[in-house]
Design a protein around this ligand. Sequence first.
Ligand code: SF4
Length: 354
Amino acid sequence: MIKTENSHNSRRNFLKRCFYSLLFFNFSTIPNIVGYKITKDKDSKNFIPSYIKLYENGELKRRGERLWARMEACNLCPRECGANRLKGQRGFCNSNANLEISGYHPHFGEEKPLVGYGGSGAIFLTNCSLRCVFCINWEISQEGIGQRADIETFARIMLDIQKIGCHNINIVTPTHYSPHILLAIDKAVPSGLKLPIVYNTCGWERIDVLKELDGVVDIYLPDFKYADPKMAEKYSSGASTYPQLTKIAILEMHRQVGVAIPARDGILYRGLIIRHLVMPNRVAGTKEIMSWIASNLPKDTYVNIMSQYTPVYKAKNYPEIARKITRQEYSEAVEWAKKAGLTRLDIQGYSFLN
Ligand code: SF4
């Protein structure tokens, strides 16, 4: 177990996430996925994750060390805040070089091809570089709830997740800890790690960091939150480059892993899943985002149109996003996606709406 600094908070958050997992399980394990199809050439028995080859030739460790060195004047995310994390300084994301983990457990609220029958093995990393005012995980991403863990512990958590039967290692908010992730995988492979790595990111990534992940990550799970730089700036702590950089990042992710096509067992082992959270008053720019995806990626790109926007954390200070979305807002989002020509839509429906 990770050593606990605040076990009350930790237990409370664990229970909270279990509750949400069960809540989501009721609704989203029976999704309406338009155009769902499976591939014939992969299944759980013959899947070999990309990182095994990189481990064998020493490249995985070299890349982890290269990323680690960048924490001296950190530029691991587009903030490029330059904190010397190696000397203990905390950056804009509130992280220094010490890994902090909020918790881990089988998650049954993720997309069906990630959940399967054993769950997606979610590991929640503490802190975040984007810092959105409406973050549903704000206690973890912005209040620093979590416990310090070394690389060996991180590796052991990955192996634990594998042992309990999850289908993947789903690393939530990974960007600021990308060096730790690579080094932990490198430690876990000799002990038998063989699950695909899910890079569950806000989408706001640097291309040079993504290149270091090429051949390590099998499944990219980015958000595509905003089309308009002004919205990104307003609701995500000044991140006006979000639309521009996220487009570049998603193209690179697709280049690396391709379209997400589940295997015969219904489980996804490789590919790109884009998440888009519909926001009130068209703040997210859903129409433009769907149009961009359809014009720049294959039409059967897996897109999850999410309806569960909830005005938590600081969202109440912004009247235009201080409510849930309406059925009409969700319906028009789905229509825009279909009209754009997208054929593989994960449609959550109206279960989260009043
Ligand atoms: S990952 Fe954190 S410390 Fe590094 S550049 Fe981004 S905000 Fe700064």
